[in-house]
Write a protein that binds this ligand. Structure first.
Ligand code: BJW
Ligand code: ZN
Length: 248
Protein backbone atom coordinates (compact mmCIF):
# COMPACT_ATOMS: atom_id res chain seq x y z
CA UNK A 1 0.00 0.00 0.00
CA UNK A 2 1.29 3.46 -0.89
CA UNK A 3 1.38 5.94 1.89
CA UNK A 4 0.29 9.40 0.90
CA UNK A 5 2.77 12.27 0.78
CA UNK A 6 0.77 13.93 3.51
CA UNK A 7 1.37 11.02 5.86
CA UNK A 8 5.09 11.10 5.05
CA UNK A 9 5.21 14.84 5.74
CA UNK A 10 3.31 14.42 9.01
CA UNK A 11 5.82 11.80 10.10
CA UNK A 12 8.78 13.97 9.15
CA UNK A 13 7.30 16.93 11.00
CA UNK A 14 6.65 14.84 14.12
CA UNK A 15 10.21 13.48 13.99
CA UNK A 16 11.83 16.89 13.57
CA UNK A 17 9.61 18.35 16.27
CA UNK A 18 10.85 15.73 18.72
CA UNK A 19 14.50 16.41 17.81
CA UNK A 20 13.95 20.12 18.38
CA UNK A 21 12.22 19.52 21.69
CA UNK A 22 15.19 17.50 22.96
CA UNK A 23 17.87 19.85 21.56
CA UNK A 24 20.50 20.87 24.10
CA UNK A 25 22.09 23.39 21.80
CA UNK A 26 20.10 24.46 18.77
CA UNK A 27 21.43 26.54 15.91
CA UNK A 28 19.03 27.92 13.34
CA UNK A 29 20.29 29.31 10.03
CA UNK A 30 17.89 31.39 7.96
CA UNK A 31 17.89 32.97 4.52
CA UNK A 32 15.65 35.08 2.31
CA UNK A 33 13.02 32.32 2.02
CA UNK A 34 11.87 32.87 5.62
CA UNK A 35 10.86 36.44 4.78
CA UNK A 36 9.29 35.58 1.41
CA UNK A 37 5.83 35.10 2.91
CA UNK A 38 6.09 38.57 4.48
CA UNK A 39 6.51 39.95 0.96
CA UNK A 40 10.30 40.41 0.86
CA UNK A 41 11.59 39.17 -2.51
CA UNK A 42 14.33 36.53 -2.42
CA UNK A 43 17.62 36.93 -4.30
CA UNK A 44 17.63 34.10 -6.76
CA UNK A 45 14.99 32.62 -9.01
CA UNK A 46 12.15 34.65 -10.48
CA UNK A 47 11.98 36.91 -7.44
CA UNK A 48 15.53 38.19 -7.76
CA UNK A 49 14.84 41.02 -10.15
CA UNK A 50 14.48 44.73 -9.44
CA UNK A 51 13.78 47.16 -12.29
CA UNK A 52 15.28 44.59 -14.66
CA UNK A 53 18.49 44.39 -12.65
CA UNK A 54 19.69 41.13 -11.25
CA UNK A 55 19.72 42.04 -7.55
CA UNK A 56 22.86 40.08 -6.81
CA UNK A 57 24.66 42.30 -9.38
CA UNK A 58 23.73 45.32 -7.24
CA UNK A 59 25.07 43.73 -4.05
CA UNK A 60 28.70 44.40 -4.92
CA UNK A 61 31.25 47.12 -4.11
CA UNK A 62 31.86 47.44 -7.85
CA UNK A 63 28.21 48.34 -8.50
CA UNK A 64 28.33 50.91 -5.69
CA UNK A 65 31.55 52.47 -7.01
CA UNK A 66 30.20 52.62 -10.56
CA UNK A 67 26.71 53.87 -9.74
CA UNK A 68 26.04 54.72 -6.08
CA UNK A 69 22.74 56.42 -6.96
CA UNK A 70 21.39 53.23 -8.49
CA UNK A 71 22.53 51.09 -5.55
CA UNK A 72 21.02 53.59 -3.06
CA UNK A 73 17.76 53.62 -5.05
CA UNK A 74 17.67 49.83 -4.67
CA UNK A 75 18.36 49.99 -0.90
CA UNK A 76 15.87 52.84 -0.38
CA UNK A 77 13.29 50.74 -2.19
CA UNK A 78 13.98 47.82 0.15
CA UNK A 79 13.94 50.02 3.28
CA UNK A 80 10.58 51.36 2.19
CA UNK A 81 9.19 47.91 1.44
CA UNK A 82 10.39 46.39 4.70
CA UNK A 83 9.06 49.30 6.75
CA UNK A 84 5.60 48.46 5.44
CA UNK A 85 5.48 44.72 5.99
CA UNK A 86 5.38 42.46 9.02
CA UNK A 87 7.14 39.41 10.36
CA UNK A 88 5.30 36.17 9.54
CA UNK A 89 4.41 32.96 11.44
CA UNK A 90 7.84 31.47 10.65
CA UNK A 91 9.68 34.32 12.39
CA UNK A 92 7.20 34.12 15.26
CA UNK A 93 7.62 30.36 15.66
CA UNK A 94 11.40 30.79 16.05
CA UNK A 95 10.90 33.39 18.77
CA UNK A 96 8.64 30.92 20.63
CA UNK A 97 11.16 28.10 20.16
CA UNK A 98 13.95 30.21 21.66
CA UNK A 99 11.97 30.62 24.88
CA UNK A 100 11.61 26.87 25.38
CA UNK A 101 15.24 25.85 24.79
CA UNK A 102 18.32 26.14 27.03
CA UNK A 103 20.75 27.20 24.29
CA UNK A 104 19.48 28.79 21.10
CA UNK A 105 21.37 30.75 18.44
CA UNK A 106 19.74 32.23 15.38
CA UNK A 107 22.10 33.03 12.53
CA UNK A 108 20.45 34.96 9.74
CA UNK A 109 21.77 36.04 6.37
CA UNK A 110 18.84 38.43 6.11
CA UNK A 111 19.34 42.15 6.61
CA UNK A 112 15.63 42.94 7.05
CA UNK A 113 15.50 42.89 10.88
CA UNK A 114 12.28 40.82 10.90
CA UNK A 115 13.61 38.22 13.37
CA UNK A 116 14.20 40.92 15.96
CA UNK A 117 10.77 42.42 15.31
CA UNK A 118 9.25 38.96 15.91
CA UNK A 119 10.94 38.76 19.33
CA UNK A 120 14.00 36.60 18.71
CA UNK A 121 16.86 37.62 21.00
CA UNK A 122 20.06 35.71 20.41
CA UNK A 123 20.51 36.72 16.76
CA UNK A 124 23.65 36.96 14.66
CA UNK A 125 23.08 39.05 11.53
CA UNK A 126 25.97 37.69 9.56
CA UNK A 127 25.38 39.78 6.40
CA UNK A 128 24.64 43.00 8.28
CA UNK A 129 21.52 45.08 8.76
CA UNK A 130 19.62 47.25 6.33
CA UNK A 131 18.90 49.87 8.99
CA UNK A 132 22.56 50.51 9.69
CA UNK A 133 24.80 52.54 7.39
CA UNK A 134 28.52 53.23 7.42
CA UNK A 135 30.79 55.83 5.93
CA UNK A 136 32.78 54.47 3.01
CA UNK A 137 35.61 56.87 3.94
CA UNK A 138 35.98 57.05 7.76
CA UNK A 139 33.97 53.83 8.53
CA UNK A 140 31.78 55.59 11.13
CA UNK A 141 28.56 53.62 11.62
CA UNK A 142 25.09 55.09 12.04
CA UNK A 143 21.73 53.52 12.77
CA UNK A 144 19.31 55.31 10.51
CA UNK A 145 15.72 54.21 10.38
CA UNK A 146 14.73 56.74 7.70
CA UNK A 147 12.77 55.01 5.05
CA UNK A 148 14.47 57.04 2.38
CA UNK A 149 18.12 57.95 2.81
CA UNK A 150 18.10 60.23 -0.23
CA UNK A 151 19.96 59.74 -3.48
CA UNK A 152 23.49 60.13 -2.10
CA UNK A 153 23.58 60.34 1.72
CA UNK A 154 26.78 61.82 3.20
CA UNK A 155 28.70 61.29 6.45
CA UNK A 156 28.11 63.97 9.10
CA UNK A 157 31.71 63.70 10.26
CA UNK A 158 33.85 63.61 7.13
CA UNK A 159 31.43 64.24 4.26
CA UNK A 160 32.22 60.83 2.75
CA UNK A 161 29.60 58.78 0.97
CA UNK A 162 27.49 56.62 3.25
CA UNK A 163 26.70 53.04 2.25
CA UNK A 164 24.46 50.33 3.68
CA UNK A 165 26.25 48.38 6.44
CA UNK A 166 25.72 45.05 4.71
CA UNK A 167 28.16 42.51 3.31
CA UNK A 168 28.45 42.59 -0.45
CA UNK A 169 30.03 39.97 -2.71
CA UNK A 170 33.80 39.95 -2.46
CA UNK A 171 33.72 41.59 0.99
CA UNK A 172 34.78 39.80 4.12
CA UNK A 173 32.24 38.94 6.77
CA UNK A 174 32.88 40.29 10.25
CA UNK A 175 35.66 38.01 11.45
CA UNK A 176 34.51 37.72 15.07
CA UNK A 177 30.90 37.04 14.12
CA UNK A 178 31.94 34.40 11.62
CA UNK A 179 34.14 32.75 14.22
CA UNK A 180 31.22 32.65 16.68
CA UNK A 181 28.98 31.14 14.00
CA UNK A 182 31.53 28.47 13.09
CA UNK A 183 32.07 27.57 16.75
CA UNK A 184 28.33 27.32 17.31
CA UNK A 185 28.02 25.08 14.25
CA UNK A 186 30.80 22.82 15.52
CA UNK A 187 29.26 22.42 18.96
CA UNK A 188 25.49 22.41 18.40
CA UNK A 189 23.60 19.12 18.62
CA UNK A 190 20.82 20.21 16.27
CA UNK A 191 20.91 22.55 13.27
CA UNK A 192 17.85 23.78 11.43
CA UNK A 193 18.37 25.46 8.05
CA UNK A 194 15.44 27.49 6.74
CA UNK A 195 14.81 29.24 3.41
CA UNK A 196 18.32 29.56 2.05
CA UNK A 197 19.60 28.34 -1.31
CA UNK A 198 22.96 27.53 0.36
CA UNK A 199 24.89 28.93 -2.58
CA UNK A 200 26.68 31.85 -0.96
CA UNK A 201 29.89 31.21 0.96
CA UNK A 202 31.13 31.15 3.63
CA UNK A 203 27.65 30.66 5.15
CA UNK A 204 26.84 27.83 2.72
CA UNK A 205 29.53 25.75 4.44
CA UNK A 206 27.92 26.03 7.90
CA UNK A 207 25.59 23.01 7.55
CA UNK A 208 28.53 20.72 6.76
CA UNK A 209 30.53 22.13 9.68
CA UNK A 210 27.61 21.21 11.94
CA UNK A 211 27.28 17.75 10.38
CA UNK A 212 31.01 17.09 10.79
CA UNK A 213 30.70 18.15 14.42
CA UNK A 214 28.08 15.43 14.92
CA UNK A 215 24.91 17.52 14.81
CA UNK A 216 21.57 16.35 13.55
CA UNK A 217 20.65 18.67 10.66
CA UNK A 218 17.22 19.46 9.27
CA UNK A 219 16.09 21.75 6.48
CA UNK A 220 12.89 23.55 5.55
CA UNK A 221 12.67 24.90 2.02
CA UNK A 222 10.20 25.04 -0.83
CA UNK A 223 12.72 23.09 -2.90
CA UNK A 224 15.80 20.91 -2.53
CA UNK A 225 19.16 22.66 -2.19
CA UNK A 226 22.83 21.67 -2.54
CA UNK A 227 22.87 20.56 1.13
CA UNK A 228 19.76 18.35 0.93
CA UNK A 229 21.68 15.18 0.07
CA UNK A 230 24.15 15.62 2.93
CA UNK A 231 21.82 16.34 5.84
CA UNK A 232 19.38 14.27 7.87
CA UNK A 233 15.93 15.52 6.97
CA UNK A 234 14.40 17.99 4.53
CA UNK A 235 10.83 19.12 4.73
CA UNK A 236 9.66 20.63 1.46
CA UNK A 237 7.18 23.39 2.17
CA UNK A 238 6.70 27.00 3.14
CA UNK A 239 8.47 28.08 6.30
CA UNK A 240 5.39 30.01 7.47
CA UNK A 241 3.33 26.84 7.31
CA UNK A 242 5.83 24.23 8.56
CA UNK A 243 7.52 26.10 11.45
CA UNK A 244 4.34 26.78 13.46
CA UNK A 245 3.63 23.02 13.34
CA UNK A 246 7.08 22.32 14.81
CA UNK A 247 6.57 24.50 17.88
CA UNK A 248 2.88 23.79 18.51
C1 BJW B 1 11.55 29.38 0.75
C2 BJW B 1 10.35 30.08 0.69
C3 BJW B 1 9.41 29.85 1.74
C4 BJW B 1 11.56 30.65 -1.02
N1 BJW B 1 9.70 29.01 2.73
N2 BJW B 1 11.81 28.53 1.73
C5 BJW B 1 33.67 30.40 -5.31
C6 BJW B 1 33.53 30.91 -6.59
C7 BJW B 1 33.20 32.26 -6.80
C8 BJW B 1 32.98 33.11 -5.74
C9 BJW B 1 33.11 32.59 -4.48
C10 BJW B 1 33.47 31.27 -4.27
N3 BJW B 1 33.53 31.06 -2.91
C11 BJW B 1 33.21 32.21 -2.29
C12 BJW B 1 32.97 33.15 -3.23
C13 BJW B 1 32.58 34.54 -3.03
C14 BJW B 1 31.11 34.77 -2.72
C15 BJW B 1 30.20 33.58 -3.05
O1 BJW B 1 29.88 32.77 -2.23
N4 BJW B 1 29.73 33.50 -4.27
C16 BJW B 1 28.85 32.40 -4.67
C17 BJW B 1 27.63 32.97 -5.38
C18 BJW B 1 29.64 31.39 -5.44
N5 BJW B 1 31.02 35.10 -1.33
C19 BJW B 1 31.37 36.30 -0.89
O2 BJW B 1 31.78 37.17 -1.64
C20 BJW B 1 31.29 36.55 0.59
N6 BJW B 1 32.52 37.03 1.04
C21 BJW B 1 33.61 36.28 1.05
O3 BJW B 1 33.59 35.10 0.75
O4 BJW B 1 34.76 36.95 1.38
C22 BJW B 1 36.02 36.28 1.14
C23 BJW B 1 36.25 36.21 -0.37
C24 BJW B 1 36.28 37.35 -1.12
C25 BJW B 1 36.44 37.28 -2.52
C26 BJW B 1 36.56 36.04 -3.16
C27 BJW B 1 36.51 34.89 -2.39
C28 BJW B 1 36.36 34.96 -0.99
C29 BJW B 1 30.24 37.62 0.89
C30 BJW B 1 28.86 37.18 0.52
C31 BJW B 1 27.88 38.32 0.79
C32 BJW B 1 26.47 38.03 0.28
N7 BJW B 1 25.72 39.24 0.29
C33 BJW B 1 24.31 39.20 -0.04
C34 BJW B 1 23.74 40.63 -0.03
C35 BJW B 1 23.56 41.14 1.40
C36 BJW B 1 23.02 42.51 1.46
C37 BJW B 1 21.60 42.66 0.98
O5 BJW B 1 20.71 41.91 1.40
O6 BJW B 1 21.39 43.54 0.18
O7 BJW B 1 23.61 38.39 0.90
S1 BJW B 1 23.97 38.39 -1.60
C38 BJW B 1 22.53 37.56 -1.05
O8 BJW B 1 22.75 36.11 -1.00
C39 BJW B 1 22.32 38.01 0.40
C40 BJW B 1 21.86 36.74 1.04
O9 BJW B 1 22.04 36.81 2.44
C41 BJW B 1 22.68 35.68 0.35
C42 BJW B 1 22.10 34.30 0.43
O10 BJW B 1 20.88 34.23 -0.23
P1 BJW B 1 19.69 33.35 0.39
O11 BJW B 1 19.25 33.90 1.66
O12 BJW B 1 20.09 31.93 0.36
O13 BJW B 1 18.52 33.67 -0.67
P2 BJW B 1 18.18 32.94 -2.06
O14 BJW B 1 17.29 33.86 -2.81
O15 BJW B 1 19.39 32.47 -2.75
O16 BJW B 1 17.36 31.63 -1.64
C43 BJW B 1 16.08 31.68 -1.06
C44 BJW B 1 15.68 30.25 -0.71
O17 BJW B 1 14.44 30.28 -0.04
C45 BJW B 1 15.51 29.35 -1.94
O18 BJW B 1 16.19 28.13 -1.69
C46 BJW B 1 14.00 29.12 -2.01
O19 BJW B 1 13.67 27.82 -2.49
C47 BJW B 1 13.60 29.27 -0.57
N8 BJW B 1 12.22 29.74 -0.32
N9 BJW B 1 10.29 30.87 -0.41
C48 BJW B 1 10.85 28.34 2.71
N10 BJW B 1 8.15 30.49 1.76
ZN1 ZN C 1 32.85 59.62 7.39
Amino acid sequence: MHRSDTTMDDEKIAFLKERLRRAKKLMVLTGAGISAESGVPTFRGQDGLWQNYNVTDLATPQAFAANPKLVWAFYNWRRNLISQIKENPAHQALAILEESLPDFTLVTQNVDGLHRRAGSKNIIEIHGNLWQVKCSQCRQKYIDMSVNMGTLPLCKICGGLLRPDVVWFGENLDHQLLQRVEETAQTCDVLLVIGTSCQVYPVAAIPMIAKNGGAFAGEINTEETPITAGIDITIIGKAGEILPLLVK
